[in-house]
Design a binder for this molecule. Structure first.
Ligand SMILES: NC(=O)c1ccc[n+]([C@@H]2O[C@H](COP(=O)([O-])OP(=O)(O)OC[C@H]3O[C@@H](n4cnc5c(N)ncnc54)[C@H](OP(=O)(O)O)[C@@H]3O)[C@@H](O)[C@H]2O)c1
Length: 231
């Protein structure tokens, strides 16, 4: 299917993987609804991508149901539909069950798990209407348990939601892809823990691959590590 004028909503689009993928999809003709809390960054990115005919910025805290519903409404009212949605917002934390504060934990679980679930819930009706594509950002940390990592548990939950919602959507024509990156050089890390990590655009190309397949192909999961990553 041609990417020209298809519409995607991306959460966590203000930075890192989400912003890099917005740039790549923009050059492929996608129209973009860019969602995150940092409206200033989103507005600058939307301008860079060509302004309102091509990209719109929506202030959205993914843990807020009303914000998620409003982001979908923007897609429907501004661009006339929704062909794809990507629950990508998330963040990590220190690797210890004694690390971080309990409030930090709550925010992380709410963002990574509840926030992704809200994106699924908010976008399912429009995606069913368009026979569209739902993407979730998992992680290598969602495929193998990382020592002392509640973050890893949140990403296992995302992978489980991907499989679970794929089964629920069976028969609707909606496809579901979990994107599972290894180490990517983004502000996710204070200091990137690997020489020669992936770059945001490396993940963007994986997303584009999944989105560009003919309708009989559902790429369920893409796990991409840097060649240099041992585990
Ligand atoms: N970098 C890696 O190595 C790596 C590996 C595997 C998976 N991942 C996953 O990839 C995704 C993107 O991370 P990244 O590496 O691109 O990191 P990043 O540059 O820090 O981007 C994180 C994005 O999530 C958004 N976000 C965080 N909390 C939010 C909230 N409550 N509501 C809305 N947006 C929120 C941030 O925007 P605002 O702060 O503006 O809201 C930002 O746009 C995350 O799910 C992360 O877990 C990253």
């Amino acid at each position: 299917m041609s990417d020209e004028n298809r519409v995607i909503l991306i959460t966590g689009a203000s930075s890192g993987i989400g912003a890099a993928t917005a740039r790549r999809l923009g050059t492929e003709g996608w129209r973009l609804v860019l969602a995150a809390r940092s409206i200033d960054k989103l507005t600058a990115l939307a301008e860079e991508l060509g302004g309102p005919d091509h990209a719109v910025a929506v202030e959205c805290d993914v843990t807020e149901w009303a914000d998620q519903q409003a982001a979908v409404t923007v897609a429907l009212e501004h661009f006339g539909g929704l062909d794809a949605a990507w629950a990508n917002a998330g963040f990590g934390g220190r690797r210890s069950f004694l690390g971080e504060t309990v409030d930090y934990w709550r925010d992380m679980v709410l963002t990574n798990v509840y926030g992704a679930a809200l994106t699924i819930r908010a976008t399912m009706p429009a995606l069913t209407e368009s026979k569209g594509h739902l993407l979730l950002t998992g992680s290598i940390a969602g495929r193998r348990a990382i020592v002392g990592s509640l973050y890893s548990a949140t990403k296992h939950a995302v992978h489980a939601m991907g499989e679970s919602v794929r089964q629920e959507l069976h028969g609707t024509g909606v496809r579901v892809t979990v994107i599972a990156p290894g180490v990517v050089d983004t502000p996710f890390f204070d200091q990137v823990p690997l020489d020669d990590p992936l770059l945001g655009d490396d993940i963007a190309r994986a997303v584009l691959y999944a989105l560009s397949q003919p309708s009989h192909i559902d790429v369920n999961e893409i796990l991409v590590r840097p060649t240099a990553q041992p585990l």
